[in-house]
Write a protein that binds this ligand. Structure first.
Ligand SMILES: [Zn+2]
Length: 378
């Protein structure tokens, strides 16, 4: 089915697995590699949709668990889905809700059919099945939907990892059946998720099984769950190498320059994380010479730009001293400016990464960027 071929590669690096390309989605073309800001409650905190458009984002995330509980997917469906509700013109990727059920719900019980849980807001009981996760995301009119999966932490037993991986495959089949039978003229793409924890055998088996369902795209789940950076890199590269080359590859929870560069080198096309926006609000700001903690006393009389090499609106117009003052006074403007810069910085990094891959210079760019990024000691 040609409508499910959504990814086109445009360049492949010679020394790493990095690649550039684009994904055609209902709300426009998304150039890759791509970093997607997280809009948990159908809004990226402290950033309006106009801000996201201005920076140049083509796709953002929304969290199904939160929107299902409040305001409820039926209400969003009445508004015409996420796009009608928020008026964001670009694409939305929604998660299945599973990750938040596992990390936020005060109670949950997994069966073969799905997961029963209590809301962290009011304690009400809910049941999320693979089919329902698809139904809710279709009601949201998401552009990229994720299957419900079972994620395991670093250090669980092989038995637990194996059982989670088996269930994830079973739920992949049910999710795809539901998506195919219910979609009609709905054009959102469903992605499968590879699990398998930190076992090469399980990862291989899961990658084969999930690939066999021929989803439009595939995510690598169960990484960045508390493992050391070296272990993350090893399993990311290994799992990525097992996936078909003609489908977009997505890794959840990646949002620092170091992790992004590693993911790109492993051949990953899409990643998202709350890190850049959350840490911005907490006072950590990216610069080409490493992150700075804006509350530090050394910035009291520093009237220079946040990052003189960054061309963003905040760096052109505001000083470190002023940003520090806004932070100390807990001004709302601080959160807006800090979020703007951190997102613009990462978006700019992505543009440079794409350019370096297209020129065959990615490995050198990565080394140069990291040498500068690690040069500051604060
Ligand atoms: Zn900036």
């Amino acid at each position: 089915m040609s409508q499910d071929r959504i990814f086109t590669r445009t360049a492949v690096d010679t020394t790493t697995a990095a690649r550039t390309g684009f994904i055609d989605l209902p709300h426009g073309r998304v150039r890759t590699p791509v970093f997607m800001p997280v809009g948990t409650n159908a809004t990226v905190k402290a950033a309006s949709k106009e801000t996201l458009e201005e920076i140049g984002f083509e796709i953002i995330l929304a969290n199904t668990y939160h929107l299902y509980l409040r305001p409820g997917h039926e209400l969003i469906a009445k508004a015409g889905g996420l796009h009608g509700f928020t008026r964001w013109k670009g694409n939305f990727l929604t998660d299945s809700g599973g990750f938040q059920v596992f990390s936020l719900a005060p109670f949950r019980k997994i069966t073969d059919e799905g997961v029963k849980f209590r809301s962290h807001i009011d304690g009400s009981e809910h049941f999320l099945s693979p089919e329902k996760a698809v139904d809710v995301q279709m009601a949201l009119k998401s552009d990229v939907l994720m299957q419900l999966d079972v994620c395991t932490e670093y250090g669980v037993s092989e038995k637990e990892a194996s059982s989670a991986s088996r269930l994830t495959t079973e739920w992949a089949r049910k999710s795809k059946d539901r998506w195919l039978s219910a979609r009609g003229d709905f054009r959102g793409s469903l992605f499968g998720i590879v699990q398998g924890n930190f076992s090469r055998n399980l990862r291989t088996q899961s990658a084969q099984e999930i690939s066999s369902f021929d989803f439009p795209g595939i995510a690598i789940g169960g990484l960045s769950v508390g493992e050391p950076f070296e272990v993350f890199c090893e399993y990311l590269e290994f799992t990525s190498s097992l996936l078909p080359e003609d489908k977009p590859r997505y890794v959840m929870g990646i949002g620092t320059p170091e992790y992004i560069l590693e993911a790109v080198a492993a051949g990953i096309d899409m990643f998202d994380c709350v890190f850049p926006t959350r840490t911005a609000r907490n006072g950590l700001l990216f610069t080409a010479h490493g992150p700075i903690t804006i509350k530090n006393a050394k910035y009291v009389e520093d009237f220079s730009p946040l990052d003189s090499g960054c061309g963003c609106r905040v760096c052109r117009e505001y000083s470190r001293s002023y940003l520090r003052h806004l932070f100390k006074e807990k001004e709302i403007l601080y959160a807006m400016l800090a979020t703007y810069h951190n997102l613009a910085f990462l978006h700019d990094l992505i543009l440079k990464i794409r350019y370096s891959i297209d020129c065959g210079e990615f490995d050198r760019f990565r080394k140069d960027f990291l040498a500068a990024y690690h040069s500051r000691t604060e």
